[in-house]
Design a protein around this ligand. Sequence first.
Ligand code: BG6
Ligand code: MG
Length: 219
Amino acid sequence: MRSRFAAVIFDLDGVLTDTARFHYLAWKEMASGLGITIDEAFNETLKGIDRMSSLDLILEHGKVQLPLAEKERLAFEKNEHYKELTASMTRKDLLPGALERLDELKTLGVKISLASASKNAPAILEALGIPGYFDSIANPALVARGKPAPDIFLLAAAPLGVRPEECLGVEDAEAGVVAIKVAGMQALGVGDPKVLAAADRVVSGLDTFKFAELFAEWR
Ligand code: BG6
Ligand code: MG
């Protein structure tokens, strides 16, 4: 039987691996150097948001204004810190169920794509040992607008020759779920149903379901 979806388009950070906490740690330390305190609730608004826009949100939160050159320096330093925090990642850092779900999609003949806002995504995929699973990887440097705009999900789907309605996007971020829905795709949220209320379905992790069963009951 043909699968309900022709492609599954994954976010990376917080979906396939727990790098969301490293982004948070690196931003928290940078913010604290400026006398700005950020907590986990505020961090939800940063998830899925590109590097410079995240910095702008933090500065706005702390009512701090800085010249562009200083912002570029801070963003660079945050990224250096993030790279240190993620330097020793290996396949064991995949979240529970991630490898099983990727294998399952291969068996089902469903295409797999990546729509991450992170410019570090190719390096993280390498560290996790999973680039070979992906039929396409959208380059966030090529999109004019970051999440919650749909651009990165549409870019991920384009080389696959599939229509948006045949795609399932998988996201842990509110902005990411909005991006999927605006792209005209179905959205599977991974995380808190209250945060991800705009998703069509929400699961607590990739180890809590099988795609075959999920697709069979998808309306
Ligand atoms: C997203 C993360 O995947 O990538 C954000 O959820 C992060 O927290 C964004 O800011 C950009 O990542 P990077 O690695 O390009 O700074
Ligand atoms: Mg994410």
